[in-house]
Design a protein around this ligand. Sequence first.
Ligand code: 13P
Length: 279
Amino acid sequence: MFTNFDQMLNDAYKDHSAIGSFNWYHFETLKGIIEAGQALSRPVIASFGAKYLTNMDLDTAAVLTKNLAEKSDQPVCLHLDHCEDKDVIVRAIRAGFGSVMYDGSKLPFEENVKNTKDICDIAHACGVSVEAELGSLAAGAQSHEGSADDREVYTDPSLAAEFVRDSGVDALAVSIGTVHGMYKGTPNIRVDILKDINAAVGGPLVLHGGSGTPEDKILACIANGITKINVNTEISEYVMAHTKEMLAAKSPHLSVLALNQKDWVKEVVSKYITLFMNK
Ligand code: 13P
């Protein structure tokens, strides 16, 4: 079932669970994510980063996801992750994406609000959900999305409600100490800041940088309004570690390796979906 993320995030907000948003780059990552949602009877967000447009174009990503989603009885949302380019966002909406993330986090507050509102006006008219970010994340180790000069700026709880109200955004990504990539030291997740943001916003919040975040911190975040959690690096790390192991033992046919990679994606995604259910 192909959908946007509104219903799934609002349901998750009410029952204190979260929906996994998993990055994908090729057929095996996408198929592993959708199969994991199907096996665990949970909605999933298949998150296609603007960074990965060299791996696949928007139209192909949409056709592929719609086709696989129609064969699953669970809701599947195709999401455009981290995009600063309004033209690419409009093209994703036209291609049929269910949700888009406009990333104006590096811009001054007023400009971020204005640009996010412009995107919301277009997206909402097409039934597409919108995520935006206030504050920004640092990059940890092995991050493919982040870069060394990414600066950690915590989300200001006193601005969060104004941002959501004035932009009309459906889900707000917050910065509370998670990083893109694996943590270099002990994670310092500021649940205290999140509590204040949640009290001010009272609606779906998004946690980027899920990889390697301690489980107790993830559960504390879910208890305080986080309803969408992004995972990228750990999927790649897990699949690559198993790939190296397999290749050290034998030299399989590429088709066999691909099937195994899909299953390894499914394993790591299933681990996170189960945790995010918060049961
Ligand atoms: P990780 O790579 O740390 O899991 O972060 C993923 C992410 O936030 C995608 O936007």
